[in-house]
Design a protein around this ligand. Structure first.
Ligand code: ARG
Length: 447
């Protein structure tokens, strides 16, 4: 106990508000934040080099949250005072747990988001390569879960890629918004010591500061936007998971999932249950629950830090970590899945027949439609077309026509490489900033 003036460490109630268990997730980020703060105190001339050196050494030796503290921040400060002596207490100047936790959360979320965006890029790459190889492979698509018209595996895969690239861009933009530093904002109004907030931000690889100190310490809306967008991503891919469950079921049996993705029943030896896809489908629900938790806790809290915000922290990591796992599982499922057979019901060609009549013979579409509809009703409908003909006839961009698919893949590849470049330069900027802090740290530690 370092911060408590009331009660004693034996109080039962202490345990209720303790976040040490959850804070294990952010130890590294809290240490980085404290380091930037101490270097900032040194650069402003508030503490001298030997004190700064001892404190930085002590920060590096902080590895675990011992018992008896409210949270990681209290445990760290007490550790510094125990290691350095009274001079360690300088770290209490010009900072609060409020700006420190807000900073650590952004740093942790940044790491996970970079990982998520990278795994999304890898998934998109896998999809585009597979699309390249399957332009002619007929694949069933449905509306109202009734067989619609012939498509190809490439066309279906490029649909997934399109969903993922939209989500990628939104998540990347959330990441840019998130990458701003709350450090130096104190508890809510900043501090009387002239610390250089911009320099602190730079040393932690942030692109800017969160300007207003109330916003910096008490807002969680940037990170909430992240989890909302990630939930959106998860919901989108839960539909793909559902497709895989249905298409690999013995009722449709078009897709074979890789052996590593299916399990057998303990009783029924013939089963190939699509268990990874069922789990992925469920995880999307779990994430919706996490988002609901976060929004419900946040809603209506007064502006300014409240301990309610602490209860939101573990939910962020759960959302991001599950999403990263989901990207990897989906990548492996898609790269290993094969089309077992081409579904061809002649009735799925009836639309093409009607369109042909209308376009070639210049018959109003409704008339052509009714002619075909009535032959279907009478049970005498027959198609002269094959699914491959149907594919070739498609004339609009984004459709399954293999020539147009070739063009679509080319465009999507160029978007993918632009996105790869954006993330690489973001990560480079972050590492450059962090290196700046490392150089100052190494210089401090040298003597
Ligand atoms: N453990 C807190 C959190 O994670 C840190 C901030 C606590 N601030 C306070 N004034 N009690 O949000």
């Amino acid at each position: 106990m370092l911060y408590r003036s009331w009660g004693s460490s034996a109080d039962e109630a202490l345990d209720y508000t303790n976040s040490s268990h959850e804070d294990v997730e952010i130890i590294e980020q809290v240490r980085l934040t404290m380091k930037a703060h101490v270097i900032s105190l040194f650069l402003s001339g508030t503490i001298d080099k030997p004190v700064a050196r001892e404190i930085v050494r002590a920060i590096n030796s902080f590895k675990e949250i011992k018992q008896g503290y409210e949270d990681v921040h209290e445990a760290l400060e007490d550790h510094l005072i125990k290691e350095v002596g009274e001079e360690g207490g300088w770290v209490g100047l010009a900072r609060s747990r409020n700006d420190h936790v807000a900073t650590a959360l952004r740093l942790k979320a940044r790491d996970l988001l970079e990982e998520l965006l990278n795994s999304l890029l890898a998934l998109r790459e896998t999809i585009l390569s597979k699309a390249e190889e399957n332009k002619q492979v007929i694949f069933p698509v449905y509306t109202h879960f009734q067989l619609a018209q012939p498509s190809t595996l490439s066309h279906y895969l490029l649909y997934i890629e399109e969903e993922l690239s939209s989500r990628w861009r939104n998540i990347f933009s959330e990441l840019s918004q998130l990458n701003r530093s709350p450090l130096g904002a104190g508890a809510i109004v900043g501090t009387n010591l002239k610390v250089d907030r911009k320099k602190e931000a730079m040393m932690l690889g942030f692109d800017d500061v969160v300007y207003n100190t109330i916003s910096a310490t008490a807002s969680r809306s940037d990170i909430i936007s992240v989890v909302l967008e990630v939930a959106n991503l998860m919901v989108s891919i839960s539909r793909i998971a559902e497709d895989m469950v249905l298409l690999s079921s013995n009722m449709i049996d078009v897709v074979q999932l890789p052996d590593s993705h299916v399990s057998t029943s303990s009783l029924m030896p013939h089963k190939r249950n699509a268990v990874t896809m069922e789990t992925l489908r469920a995880k999307a629900g779990l994430i919706i629950g996490e988002v609901a938790s976060v929004l419900s806790i946040y809603k209506g809290t007064p502006s300014g830090y409240d301990l309610d915000l602490q209860e939101m922290n573990p939910h962020y990591w759960n959302v991001l970590e599950e999403a990263i796992r989901a990207m990897k599982i989906l990548k492996s499922a898609i790269s290993g899945m094969v089309v077992k057979k081409e579904i061809s019901d002649p009735k799925s060609l009836s639309t093409d027949e009607a369109e042909l009549k209308s376009i070639q013979n210049k018959v109003p579409y409704r008339k052509a439609y009714f002619e075909i509809a009535s032959s279907i009703k009478q049970g005498v409908y027959q198609s002269n077309l094959k699914p491959q003909d149907s594919i070739k006839m498609k004339a609009v961009i984004g459709s399954p026509n293999p020539d147009l698919i070739t063009e679509e893949i080319r465009i999507k590849r160029s978007f993918l490489s632009q996105d790869q470049d954006k993330l690489t330069s973001f990560s480079l900027r972050v590492r450059n900033g962090m290196n700046l802090m490392k150089v100052i740290e190494d210089d401090l530690l040298q003597e």
